[in-house]
Design a protein. Sequence first.
Length: 99
Amino acid sequence: MKDPNCLANQIPEGKKVLADSGLKGSDKASTRMPGNSHRVKHFRARAQGRQETLFKRFKDFGILRQRFRHGYELHKMVLDAVAVIVQYDMENGHPLFDV
C-alpha cells in the first residue's frame, strides 16, 4: 500500500491530474490517450514540459538526483528549503513559462 501522505493521495476526490505513465491506471490521473485531438496533445506537451522545467530546478540542487542518506525528517526539511528557494526564484525574475 502506498504511503497515505504521498502526493497522489492528496488529489481531491473527483479531480484528476496530468501524469506520465508513472500513474497509469490510476483513477486520479489522466495519461496519454491515443484519441486526443492535436490541440489537447499540444496542451499536454506544454504542461508536462513546464512541469519538467520545475523538476529540473529541483534537480539542480541534487536533491532528486542522488540518494539522500540522512533520514526522512532531514530529507523533508532539505526538500522544503529547496522548494522555498525555487519558489522565490520563480517569483523574482525566473517564472515558469505559461501553458
